[in-house]
Write a new protein. Structure first.
Length: 282
Protein backbone atom coordinates (compact mmCIF):
# COMPACT_ATOMS: atom_id res chain seq x y z
CA UNK A 1 0.00 0.00 0.00
CA UNK A 2 1.11 3.57 -0.64
CA UNK A 3 -0.35 6.54 1.23
CA UNK A 4 2.40 9.14 0.81
CA UNK A 5 3.40 9.62 -2.82
CA UNK A 6 5.84 12.54 -2.74
CA UNK A 7 7.59 14.90 -0.33
CA UNK A 8 9.53 18.01 -1.37
CA UNK A 9 12.17 19.84 0.70
CA UNK A 10 13.26 23.43 -0.11
CA UNK A 11 16.30 24.35 -2.21
CA UNK A 12 19.30 26.43 -1.13
CA UNK A 13 17.81 29.52 -2.74
CA UNK A 14 14.53 29.07 -0.90
CA UNK A 15 16.37 28.69 2.38
CA UNK A 16 18.52 31.76 1.62
CA UNK A 17 15.43 33.90 1.11
CA UNK A 18 14.32 32.95 4.59
CA UNK A 19 17.71 33.78 6.12
CA UNK A 20 17.56 37.26 4.60
CA UNK A 21 14.42 37.95 6.63
CA UNK A 22 15.84 37.11 10.10
CA UNK A 23 18.54 38.57 12.29
CA UNK A 24 21.19 35.92 11.74
CA UNK A 25 23.48 37.03 14.54
CA UNK A 26 20.84 36.25 17.18
CA UNK A 27 21.03 32.47 16.82
CA UNK A 28 23.66 29.76 16.99
CA UNK A 29 21.67 27.17 15.00
CA UNK A 30 19.07 27.24 12.25
CA UNK A 31 18.30 23.52 12.33
CA UNK A 32 16.79 21.95 10.21
CA UNK A 33 17.89 24.57 7.68
CA UNK A 34 21.18 23.86 5.89
CA UNK A 35 20.97 20.09 6.49
CA UNK A 36 19.20 18.93 3.31
CA UNK A 37 19.66 21.99 1.09
CA UNK A 38 20.68 21.41 -2.55
CA UNK A 39 20.67 23.57 -5.63
CA UNK A 40 17.29 22.11 -6.55
CA UNK A 41 14.44 21.18 -4.19
CA UNK A 42 14.88 17.64 -2.89
CA UNK A 43 11.96 15.56 -4.16
CA UNK A 44 11.40 12.10 -2.72
CA UNK A 45 8.95 9.81 -4.50
CA UNK A 46 7.82 6.93 -2.33
CA UNK A 47 6.99 3.28 -2.91
CA UNK A 48 5.36 0.91 -0.39
CA UNK A 49 8.88 0.50 1.06
CA UNK A 50 11.34 3.39 0.74
CA UNK A 51 14.74 3.52 2.41
CA UNK A 52 16.77 6.62 3.25
CA UNK A 53 20.37 5.43 3.31
CA UNK A 54 23.40 7.34 4.50
CA UNK A 55 26.14 7.64 7.09
CA UNK A 56 25.98 9.50 10.39
CA UNK A 57 25.15 13.14 9.80
CA UNK A 58 23.84 12.60 6.28
CA UNK A 59 20.42 14.05 7.17
CA UNK A 60 18.27 10.93 6.83
CA UNK A 61 16.90 11.18 10.40
CA UNK A 62 16.25 14.89 9.94
CA UNK A 63 14.27 14.06 6.79
CA UNK A 64 12.14 11.55 8.71
CA UNK A 65 11.43 14.06 11.47
CA UNK A 66 10.42 16.72 8.96
CA UNK A 67 8.09 14.35 7.12
CA UNK A 68 6.56 13.16 10.41
CA UNK A 69 5.89 16.71 11.60
CA UNK A 70 4.51 17.91 8.28
CA UNK A 71 2.11 14.95 8.17
CA UNK A 72 1.35 15.27 11.92
CA UNK A 73 2.14 11.62 12.58
CA UNK A 74 1.96 10.12 16.06
CA UNK A 75 5.21 10.39 17.98
CA UNK A 76 6.32 9.34 21.47
CA UNK A 77 9.96 10.34 21.90
CA UNK A 78 11.21 13.92 21.83
CA UNK A 79 13.62 14.95 19.08
CA UNK A 80 16.01 17.72 18.12
CA UNK A 81 13.81 20.73 17.40
CA UNK A 82 14.55 24.47 17.23
CA UNK A 83 12.56 27.68 16.86
CA UNK A 84 13.01 27.39 13.11
CA UNK A 85 11.29 24.05 12.66
CA UNK A 86 7.86 25.52 11.92
CA UNK A 87 9.39 27.98 9.43
CA UNK A 88 11.02 25.09 7.62
CA UNK A 89 7.82 23.05 7.52
CA UNK A 90 5.97 25.84 5.73
CA UNK A 91 8.51 25.52 2.90
CA UNK A 92 7.87 21.79 2.42
CA UNK A 93 4.95 20.17 0.68
CA UNK A 94 3.72 16.67 -0.02
CA UNK A 95 1.28 14.75 -2.17
CA UNK A 96 -0.77 11.74 -1.14
CA UNK A 97 -1.77 8.85 -3.34
CA UNK A 98 -5.00 9.53 -5.22
CA UNK A 99 -7.98 9.16 -2.85
CA UNK A 100 -5.65 8.16 0.00
CA UNK A 101 -5.40 9.72 3.42
CA UNK A 102 -2.92 9.21 6.26
CA UNK A 103 -4.39 6.51 8.56
CA UNK A 104 -4.88 7.43 12.22
CA UNK A 105 -2.48 4.77 13.47
CA UNK A 106 0.44 6.11 11.44
CA UNK A 107 3.55 7.03 13.43
CA UNK A 108 7.26 7.71 13.50
CA UNK A 109 9.24 5.15 15.52
CA UNK A 110 12.70 6.01 16.82
CA UNK A 111 15.42 4.24 18.79
CA UNK A 112 14.29 6.13 21.89
CA UNK A 113 10.84 4.54 21.61
CA UNK A 114 12.38 1.07 21.54
CA UNK A 115 14.67 1.90 24.49
CA UNK A 116 11.74 3.23 26.55
CA UNK A 117 9.79 0.06 25.84
CA UNK A 118 12.64 -2.11 27.12
CA UNK A 119 13.07 0.13 30.17
CA UNK A 120 9.37 -0.14 31.03
CA UNK A 121 9.61 -3.92 30.96
CA UNK A 122 12.66 -3.77 33.23
CA UNK A 123 10.84 -1.50 35.70
CA UNK A 124 7.79 -3.76 35.71
CA UNK A 125 9.97 -6.75 36.52
CA UNK A 126 11.70 -4.79 39.26
CA UNK A 127 8.36 -4.05 40.92
CA UNK A 128 7.41 -7.74 40.81
CA UNK A 129 10.77 -8.68 42.32
CA UNK A 130 10.26 -6.26 45.22
CA UNK A 131 6.79 -7.72 45.87
CA UNK A 132 8.25 -11.23 45.81
CA UNK A 133 10.66 -10.38 48.61
CA UNK A 134 7.87 -9.00 50.78
CA UNK A 135 5.79 -12.13 50.17
CA UNK A 136 8.52 -14.32 51.61
CA UNK A 137 8.07 -12.48 54.90
CA UNK A 138 4.30 -12.57 54.53
CA UNK A 139 4.40 -16.36 54.16
CA UNK A 140 6.47 -16.88 57.30
CA UNK A 141 4.27 -14.52 59.28
CA UNK A 142 1.11 -16.37 58.22
CA UNK A 143 2.55 -19.87 58.61
CA UNK A 144 3.62 -19.43 62.20
CA UNK A 145 0.91 -17.03 63.32
CA UNK A 146 -1.20 -17.84 66.35
CA UNK A 147 -4.52 -16.99 64.82
CA UNK A 148 -8.11 -17.45 65.91
CA UNK A 149 -10.98 -16.20 63.82
CA UNK A 150 -13.12 -13.69 65.70
CA UNK A 151 -15.44 -12.40 62.97
CA UNK A 152 -16.17 -12.52 59.24
CA UNK A 153 -13.65 -9.70 58.83
CA UNK A 154 -10.91 -12.23 59.70
CA UNK A 155 -11.89 -14.62 56.92
CA UNK A 156 -9.27 -13.44 54.41
CA UNK A 157 -6.57 -13.72 57.04
CA UNK A 158 -7.75 -17.25 57.90
CA UNK A 159 -7.48 -18.27 54.25
CA UNK A 160 -3.97 -16.84 54.09
CA UNK A 161 -2.88 -18.73 57.20
CA UNK A 162 -4.35 -22.02 55.98
CA UNK A 163 -2.78 -21.61 52.55
CA UNK A 164 0.67 -20.93 54.01
CA UNK A 165 0.45 -24.07 56.13
CA UNK A 166 -0.54 -26.25 53.16
CA UNK A 167 2.16 -25.01 50.80
CA UNK A 168 5.89 -24.55 50.68
CA UNK A 169 7.22 -21.01 50.64
CA UNK A 170 8.11 -21.12 46.93
CA UNK A 171 4.71 -22.56 45.99
CA UNK A 172 2.90 -19.92 48.04
CA UNK A 173 4.79 -17.10 46.34
CA UNK A 174 4.35 -18.56 42.82
CA UNK A 175 0.60 -18.96 43.32
CA UNK A 176 0.06 -15.46 44.66
CA UNK A 177 2.44 -13.39 42.61
CA UNK A 178 2.16 -12.51 38.95
CA UNK A 179 4.96 -14.08 36.98
CA UNK A 180 7.67 -11.79 35.72
CA UNK A 181 7.28 -10.54 32.22
CA UNK A 182 9.56 -12.92 30.45
CA UNK A 183 13.12 -11.65 30.63
CA UNK A 184 14.56 -10.85 27.21
CA UNK A 185 17.79 -9.30 26.03
CA UNK A 186 17.71 -5.72 24.72
CA UNK A 187 17.71 -7.04 21.18
CA UNK A 188 14.85 -9.46 21.83
CA UNK A 189 12.81 -6.68 23.46
CA UNK A 190 13.54 -4.41 20.50
CA UNK A 191 12.26 -6.98 18.04
CA UNK A 192 9.24 -7.67 20.25
CA UNK A 193 8.48 -3.94 20.17
CA UNK A 194 8.22 -3.94 16.38
CA UNK A 195 6.01 -7.05 16.31
CA UNK A 196 3.57 -5.19 18.59
CA UNK A 197 3.95 -1.74 17.03
CA UNK A 198 3.50 -2.43 13.30
CA UNK A 199 -0.27 -2.52 12.97
CA UNK A 200 -2.43 -2.99 9.90
CA UNK A 201 -3.15 -0.24 7.34
CA UNK A 202 -0.80 2.53 8.45
CA UNK A 203 2.21 4.61 7.42
CA UNK A 204 5.30 4.05 9.56
CA UNK A 205 8.53 6.03 9.58
CA UNK A 206 11.29 3.91 11.15
CA UNK A 207 14.56 5.50 12.24
CA UNK A 208 17.39 2.93 12.25
CA UNK A 209 15.25 0.07 13.60
CA UNK A 210 18.28 -2.28 13.44
CA UNK A 211 19.71 -0.79 16.64
CA UNK A 212 20.29 -3.54 19.27
CA UNK A 213 19.32 -6.29 16.82
CA UNK A 214 21.64 -9.17 16.00
CA UNK A 215 22.06 -10.13 12.31
CA UNK A 216 19.55 -12.94 12.83
CA UNK A 217 16.95 -10.59 14.30
CA UNK A 218 17.61 -8.03 11.59
CA UNK A 219 16.66 -10.69 9.06
CA UNK A 220 13.52 -11.42 11.11
CA UNK A 221 12.70 -7.70 11.08
CA UNK A 222 13.27 -7.62 7.32
CA UNK A 223 10.70 -10.37 6.92
CA UNK A 224 8.28 -8.63 9.31
CA UNK A 225 8.47 -5.37 7.33
CA UNK A 226 8.02 -7.14 3.98
CA UNK A 227 4.94 -8.95 5.28
CA UNK A 228 3.49 -5.79 6.88
CA UNK A 229 3.59 -4.13 3.47
CA UNK A 230 2.61 -7.11 1.33
CA UNK A 231 -0.25 -8.48 3.43
CA UNK A 232 -1.36 -5.85 5.95
CA UNK A 233 -1.60 -2.59 4.04
CA UNK A 234 1.37 -0.75 5.55
CA UNK A 235 3.70 1.75 3.94
CA UNK A 236 7.23 1.93 5.38
CA UNK A 237 9.72 4.80 5.05
CA UNK A 238 12.89 3.85 6.85
CA UNK A 239 16.29 5.35 7.62
CA UNK A 240 18.94 2.63 7.88
CA UNK A 241 22.45 1.53 6.97
CA UNK A 242 21.88 -2.13 7.85
CA UNK A 243 22.92 -4.39 4.93
CA UNK A 244 20.09 -6.76 5.86
CA UNK A 245 17.33 -4.13 5.85
CA UNK A 246 18.76 -2.50 2.73
CA UNK A 247 18.10 -5.82 1.00
CA UNK A 248 14.35 -5.64 1.63
CA UNK A 249 12.54 -6.94 -1.44
CA UNK A 250 11.20 -4.16 -3.67
CA UNK A 251 12.66 -1.31 -1.59
CA UNK A 252 13.42 2.04 -3.23
CA UNK A 253 16.72 3.38 -1.87
CA UNK A 254 17.79 7.03 -1.70
CA UNK A 255 21.49 7.64 -1.00
CA UNK A 256 21.79 10.66 1.32
CA UNK A 257 25.59 10.48 1.17
CA UNK A 258 25.38 11.98 -2.33
CA UNK A 259 24.79 15.64 -3.10
CA UNK A 260 22.27 15.86 -4.53
CA UNK A 261 20.49 12.82 -3.10
CA UNK A 262 20.16 10.08 -5.74
CA UNK A 263 18.52 6.70 -6.17
CA UNK A 264 20.85 3.71 -6.02
CA UNK A 265 20.68 -0.03 -6.33
CA UNK A 266 21.60 -2.22 -3.35
CA UNK A 267 24.98 -3.28 -4.75
CA UNK A 268 25.97 0.35 -5.48
CA UNK A 269 25.81 1.46 -1.85
CA UNK A 270 29.10 2.14 -0.07
CA UNK A 271 28.12 0.12 3.01
CA UNK A 272 27.43 -2.96 0.92
CA UNK A 273 30.74 -2.61 -0.90
CA UNK A 274 32.59 -2.24 2.42
CA UNK A 275 31.03 -5.45 3.73
CA UNK A 276 31.79 -7.29 0.50
CA UNK A 277 35.45 -6.21 0.53
CA UNK A 278 35.80 -7.08 4.20
CA UNK A 279 34.52 -10.64 3.87
CA UNK A 280 36.47 -11.25 0.68
CA UNK A 281 39.62 -10.45 2.62
CA UNK A 282 38.84 -12.76 5.53
Amino acid sequence: MRYLEKFVFPSKDQEFNFFMSVARNCYTTFYPFQVLASDEPLELDFEPITILYGGNGSGKTTALNIIAEKLKLNRSAVYNRTNFFENYLTMCFYRLEVEAKIPEGSAIVTSDDVFDYALNIRNANLGIDHRRESMFDEYLDAKYAKFQMQSLEDYDRLKQVNESRRKTQSRYVRDNLAANIRTHSNGENAFRYFTERLKDDALFLLDEPENSLSPKLQLELKKLIEEAVRYFGCQIIMATHSPFLLAIEGAKIYDFDCDPVVLKAYHELENIQIYQNFFRGC
